[in-house]
Design a protein around this ligand. Structure first.
Ligand code: TXA
Ligand code: MG
Length: 355
């Protein structure tokens, strides 16, 4: 066990030309091959020098992550992409102009300097420039190329607050930069630009429509939203049961009225059978559930708020000790897709359709 320090950093106080003392210390740790957790606009990341095989290996050990699951390399300015990507297609520049810094990750052909330990053995590399000043300053101080998966133990919900990181990684890493709650709350959209037709491998805040408005035709990986767990997603990380609470979870889909009725009925049966039931409802429905530990994830009218609350609520359900969770579903073409994708993972693809 090592001691894990937590240092508060305020994004508003970050100056572009002069890094804060805590960030300089964090940058030193990264340059020496160590690990630092830090906030981004999506979720907290667990950073290490992406160009060092040994440093990347430490990430897998701390998270308990399968070593075939590649890491995203974070950069702090577009031009830095040329060192780690073999050839940068025009689409990458267009997308960067439109969405970087921001919640978009691009898959591109890697250059020789990126070790296979970082890319999980693949010849491609995932690259992203995050929209958080703490993150950008840290990347600069840490040498410019920071591999960072979400800073959770593998299989747990991604962290949206420094406390979540501490819960999972206390004793395993030397430093957490605490920049408060993140803004978006779910991980970046991933687009693969090495395919004939650019392909979304993981949905997020940047939607298919936003991408195709910039580069034309964009398709989605059929494995991404498939209810059938046998259709394998292309991003290695998307195949694991992921973002998951400890309890069994079932996603219930249908009209709002049918869903409330079904979940209420299941909650009653399970409670009678002596099981502790958790329910993920919305502002519109939470009051209608009479049994179980009920969480309102936000209003259906504001899906960004739902995305923001999702992982915190999955963690709270764990802490509440329930052993079965029923969740309502979300599926608008905007961020609703990303929310449904994360709920499907959390539920290990258990979906109940009510008609
Ligand atoms: O918002 C985010 O992207 C956060 C923050 C910290 O930046 N990071 C994040 O990293 O979500 P992680 O490791 O939890 O998820 C990375 C995903 C995994 O599903 C992985 O399989 C996929 O990206 N990925 C990485 N490199 C890839 C590659 N070369 N080809 C296909 N998928 C790749
Ligand atoms: Mg992750």
């Amino acid at each position: 066990m090592q001691k894990t320090s937590v240092r508060k950093v305020y994004e508003d106080e970050i100056k572009p030309d002069r890094a804060d003392e805590a960030i300089i210390q964090a940058g030193e740790i990264l340059k020496k091959g160590g690990l630092v957790a830090f906030p981004t606009e999506t979720v907290y990341g667990l950073g290490a020098n992406a160009l060092s095989a040994d440093a990347a290996a430490k990430i897998y050990a701390a998270k308990g992550r399968p070593s075939d699951n590649p890491l995203i390399v974070h950069i702090c300015c577009f031009e830095d992409i040329h060192a780690i990507v073999a050839n940068v297609p025009r689409q990458a520049r267009l997308l960067a102009d439109a969405f970087w810094p921001g919640p978009l990750t691009m898959i591109l052909q890697k250059s020789k300097i990126v070790p296979y330990e970082t890319t999980g053995g693949m010849d491609t590399v995932a690259v992203r420039m995050p929209a958080n000043r703490i993150a950008l300053a840290l990347i600069r101080e840490g040498g410019g190329y920071i591999a960072a998966p979400s800073a959770n133990t593998s299989g747990r919900p991604s962290p949206t607050e420094a406390d979540h990181v501490y819960e999972d990684l206390n004793g395993k890493i030397p430093l957490i930069l605490d920049g408060g709650e993140v803004g978006i709350g779910i991980e970046s959209t991933i687009i693969d630009l090495t395919e004939q037709v650019p392909t979304i491998l993981r949905p997020g805040f940047i939607t298919q429509k936003m991408l195709s408005d910039v580069i034309g035709e964009v398709q989605t990986d059929p494995g991404m939203l498939a209810q059938d767990a046998k259709i394998k997603p292309k991003a290695p990380g998307m195949k694991y049961r992921h973002y998951a609470p400890r309890a069994e979870m079932i996603l219930v889909e249908g009209t709002q009225e049918q869903v409330v009725k079904k979940i209420s009925q299941l909650a009653e049966e399970m409670t009678a059978a002596g099981r502790q039931v958790g329910i993920i409802g919305t502002k519109e429905t939470a009051g209608q559930y009479k049994q179980g530990v009920v969480f309102s994830i936000g209003s259906r009218q504001e899906e960004e708020e739902i995305a923001h609350n999702l992982y915190r609520i999955l963690r709270s359900l764990d802490a509440s000790g329930v052993d079965i969770i029923y969740a309502e579903s979300f599926e608008t073409p905007q961020i609703g897709q990303a929310i449904r994708n994360r709920l499907l993972k959390a539920a290990g693809h258990q979906v109940m359709q009510v008609k």
